[in-house]
Design a protein around this ligand. Structure first.
Ligand SMILES: NC(=O)c1ccc[n+]([C@@H]2O[C@H](COP(=O)([O-])OP(=O)(O)OC[C@H]3O[C@@H](n4cnc5c(N)ncnc54)[C@H](OP(=O)(O)O)[C@@H]3O)[C@@H](O)[C@H]2O)c1
Length: 418
């Protein structure tokens, strides 16, 4: 048996070599993604816990979280996990990657739901069976052991093998290529929980849903899910060349945020001039939504993730009794609200983070049924993993979700190449 296989050279099914190729981040390289990632040869994580499986990665999806991992900010993920209570990992490196399609190559002693050879997509929610919240049967997303695989944990999909918990694996939709199958799960399941899991604020027929970053990874999934639930998605974008992409997914229309300038933290209400300018901008933005919808109907749900730059406007334009649901703070973490709009109009500001098994499955079922498209934008090679994160860091990536081939020898394959 070879100690390490070149990309495209597949070992016999179930045979695990000693070493593998991986895109690795180390603390002394933290910084721009093109500097932080480097290809290295690393040992295969073949010692499995009873509930784990080893997956031969065919393709890996690209997410914003490994831009944060490269930068070493806002947290140093390597240091963080060395003292992790539930998933301690002493290794001085990070193998990222929180989306993948691949083939089950080895199963842990307690795994009954999967067998060697199964073709799977992987969701990124990891938790411990020793977690008191998990043991109680509550949503594991609220448990202290919840981690994002390939960001908060090591051994992600930017390597020939990844080590995951069996419940993370879902059947690969058969109609998808490996790279399409690797592209959607993290953003799609996150968007699904945001729009479908915070009752009574789930999308109802005819609800206007404002989607920030409509052409981004989360946004392209949110537009489609809102459309499938009967809502009227209105997308926000930063250049007009993204309009067609969002409309094809089901957006009623798009607002170019560059036409407005009231972004950033809310001015203090005592500064009447600055506050007045902000209010004019926010009102004009709200009017742009009404113009697209064709009536004075405000968004019952606002799908938020830019954070600091946009939350004041999101809370302002949200309908009376509606909800702003947020899963990130890409532009910053200090979200200032004018509380008058929040309490007088009885709006809800709700945090949301990834998804549990049921929500990931619900999203995967929508994709398998052809109702939600993964929106694969472009397929890259394994060696381009640093480059694609750099594009994302600079907001220069193409609309949709990017994927990189790992062991798949070429794009366009749907099955195991034998
Ligand atoms: N908590 C979770 O479970 C979870 C899951 C997935 C992602 N996230 C986080 O969510 C964020 C977005 O992820 P993504 O995959 O959608 O990234 P993405 O593909 O880069 O899309 C985000 C879009 O947001 C828009 N945007 C960026 N800065 C903005 C600003 N200052 N104001 C308004 N819009 C802005 C951009 O679109 P335009 O320039 O066209 O407006 C961008 O394309 C990241 O921070 C990511 O880490 C969190």
């Amino acid at each position: 048996m070879k100690a390490v296989h070149a990309l495209g050279d597949t070992p016999a099914l179930g045979q695990v070599p000693a070493r593998m190729l991986a895109q690795v981040i180390r603390a002394d390289r933290f910084g721009e993604p093109t500097k932080a990632f480097q290809t290295e040869e690393i040992e295969v994580p073949s010692e499995l816990r009873p509930d784990e499986v080893l997956v031969w990665v065919m393709a890996a999806g690209v997410n914003y979280n490994n831009v944060w991992a490269s930068l070493g900010s806002p947290v140093d993920v390597i240091k963080g996990r060395q003292k992790d209570t539930y998933f301690p990992d002493p290794h001085p490196f990070h193998i990222g990657g929180s989306d993948a399609s691949g083939i089950v190559w080895k199963v842990g002693s307690a795994v009954r739901s999967l067998k060697v050879g199964d073709e799977v997509v992987i969701h990124c929610g990891v938790w411990s069976q020793d977690d008191p919240v998990v043991r109680s049967g509550a949503d594991p997303m609220f448990g202290p052991s919840f981690r994002i695989w390939g960001y908060e944990t090591n051994w992600g999909s930017f390597a020939q093998f990844t080590r995951v918990q069996a419940h993370q694996c879902l059947p690969k939709p058969r109609q998808l290529t490996w790279e399409e199958a690797a592209a959607y799960m993290l953003v799609g399941a996150t968007a699904y929980r945001m729009l479908a899991a915070w009752p009574p604020h789930t999308v109802r027929a005819g609800d206007v849903v404002l989607v920030w970053g409509g052409a981004g990874g989360l946004g392209c999934q949110a537009i489609q899910i809102a459309r499938e639930m009967g809502g009227i998605p209105v997308a926000v974008i930063s250049s007009d060349d993204k309009v067609e992409f969002c409309r094809r997914l089901g957006a009623r229309g798009c607002i170019n945020r560059k036409k407005f300038s009231h972004w950033g933290m809310l001015p203090h209400w005592k500064d009447t001039q600055a506050y007045g300018e902000w209010l004019r901008g926010a009102r004009a933005f709200g009017a742009a939504i009404w113009e697209i919808v064709g009536e004075r109907k405000s968004p019952r749900l606002v799908f938020e993730h830019p954070g600091e730059d946009t939350v004041p406007t999101s809370i302002f334009v949200c309908d009376t009794g509606g909800m702003v649901v947020i899963c990130a703070g890409t532009s910053g973490y200090n979200a200032v609200a004018d509380l008058r709009y929040l309490w007088m109009r009885q709006k809800r500001f709700q945090g949301s983070h990834f998804a549990n098994d049921e929500q990931a499955k619900a999203l995967n079922d929508l994709v398998a049924a052809g109702k939600v498209d993964p929106c694969l934008s472009e397929t890259f090679t394994f060696s381009q993993i640093p480059h694609v994160h750099q594009l994302m860091h600079e907001n220069r990536h193409p609309p949709g979700n990017m994927a990189c081939l790992v062991n798949a020898p070429r794009p366009g394959l749907r099955d195991v190449p034998r």
